[in-house]
Design a protein around this ligand. Structure first.
Ligand code: HEM
Length: 424
């Protein structure tokens, strides 16, 4: 089962947020977060060499404080738990790893494509795609929900926004798995912890698959440059730079890669976790089936519950006090959004999956940061349409085997969710 109640407490000495193995367990991460929020909310987490350790920020209020203060807590270092030489940073910096005016200029290139209004234009396409995906999967009776439903859906949406052929979506999924799954032996070309990964230290997520994504993106860019397309690639390569900030080839590479991985894995796992939660809480599923108008509000609870991104990273630009600790300039500071999403100071009964929950101030997309998820409106729409289409099609659904999780303390991912359905 997934979490139906607050997990059992864990001694502080047993907490290790740097150990990816612990994140293949459905409960252990939450137990670690609970212990930290209670006993040591800004916790120094050592890491094996060559890493230097990081501050784990686990309470909602502290996370928001850091997220709102990009001057003290910069993103211009790496957002995942790897170390890269300063002189290599420039070649692999996407907007996620940029601050200030440069970040604004990069973000502005695609901001208008991701407003609630802009993404609403994809509503009919999304509904058609969801219906096709679900009809094909449900006809099978027993299937892996991740492979048949959750994995294809977000990437097909991105394929449309990037205007890449539908036939390439499998390839995009494979790249996403290999890049984000850099700590999972099922996916990684080279495990992040291995000595061999040193060879790829200047690539995003130290993944050689990044080179394939770069090559693919460049080919698209070359075809679209100078054209009149309105897809995301055309928007990136054909806009006049603003504020004197031009988009270099490396900027494009990293932007393209970010779009491929950011909007793919995250939404996939949000959908899978929601399906699991609904199976574990049939009374909540019944409420939504009886009254689909509850779904838009429920999506916020889906997102809080799923917390597909465990953390993002910042670096302190000066000495600063946080939660009674002295953080030093240059220290790595990690915001555990997932932990904030179970903070009892903010959420009443945080381990209750409650589709009618109000005042759902979750941190799933960040909070108050200039890096707040660019794709949040799209992700919300995808989630809403997925469950508006799925729930009326189901007379019953049950889990038929073990839930397999991605080995990663970065992405809270589900690899396999075997189900059996009775179509309505
Ligand atoms: C940034 C989560 C879906 C594109 C972020 C951040 C989070 C996040 C937590 C903030 C990173 C930080 O603070 O450093 C999620 C979750 C999603 C999701 C949980 C699904 C449920 C999407 C989608 C897209 C997308 C569908 C579309 C392509 C981005 C981009 C950024 C970002 C481009 C970087 C923004 C910036 O640095 O200014 N996302 N995301 N995300 N997300 Fe999402």
């Amino acid at each position: 089962r997934d979490l139906a109640a607050a997990p059992a407490p864990l001694p502080l000495a047993d907490v290790d947020l740097a150990d990816n193995d612990r994140f293949t367990d459905g409960q252990l991460p939450w137990r670690m977060f609970d212990t930290l929020r209670r006993e040591d909310p800004v916790h120094w987490q050592p890491e094996p060499a060559p890493h230097h350790g990081f501050w784990a920020v686990t309470r909602h209020a502290d996370i928001v404080r850091v997220d709102r203060d990009p001057e003290t807590f910069t993103s211009t270092r790496f957002t995942n738990l790897e170390e890269v030489d300063d002189d290599q940073i420039a070649v692999r910096r996407s907007l996620l790893e940029t601050d200030g005016l440069r970040h604004q200029a990069l973000r502005r290139l695609l901001q208008r494509q991701f407003t609630p209004r802009a993404v609403a234009a994809y509503g009919d396409f999304l509904r058609g795609l969801t219906a096709r995906t679900l009809d094909a999967a449900l006809a099978k009776g027993s299937f892996d929900f991740v492979a048949e439903v959750a994995a294809d859906f977000p990437i097909n949406v991105l394929a449309r926004m990037l205007d890449v052929p539908e036939g390439d979506t499998r390839q995009l999924i494979d790249w996403g798995n290999r890049i984000i799954g850099n700590t999972d032996p099922d996916y990684a070309d080279v495990l992040l912890e291995s000595a061999e990964s040193e060879r790829y230290r200047n690539l995003p997520f130290r993944s050689p698959a990044a080179l394939e994504v770069f090559a693919y993106g460049r080919e698209l860019a070359a075809k679209r440059r100078g054209g009149s397309g309105v897809d995301l690639v055309s928007m990136l390569v054909n806009q006049t730079p603003r504020d004197g900030i031009a988009l270099s080839r490396e900027d494009f590479d990293n932007y393209f890669l970010l779009l491929v991985v950011a909007g793919n894995e995250t939404t996939r796992h949000a959908i899978s976790h929601t399906m699991l939660a609904l199976m574990n809480h049939p009374e909540e599923m019944a409420k939504l089936q009886a009254d689909p108008s509850l779904i838009p509000n429920a999506v916020e609870e889906f997102l809080r519950w799923a917390s597909p991104v465990y953390h993002f990273r910042r670096t302190a630009t000066r000495d600063v006090a946080l939660g009674g600790k002295r953080i030093k300039e240059g220290d790595k500071v990690v915001l555990w959004f997932a932990s904030g999403n179970r903070d009892e100071a903010v959420f009443e009964d945080p381990y209750r999956f409650d589709v009618t929950r109000r005042h759902n101030d979750h941190l799933t997309f960040g909070k108050g940061s200039p890096h707040f998820c660019l794709g949040s409106s799209l992700a919300r729409l995808e989630m809403r349409i997925m469950f508006e289409e799925l729930l009326p099609r189901l007379a019953g659904i049950r889990l038929t085997g073990p839930v397999r999780r991605v080995r990663s303390n970065f992405v809270n991912g589900i690899k396999e969710l075997p189900v059996e359905v009775v179509p309505a």
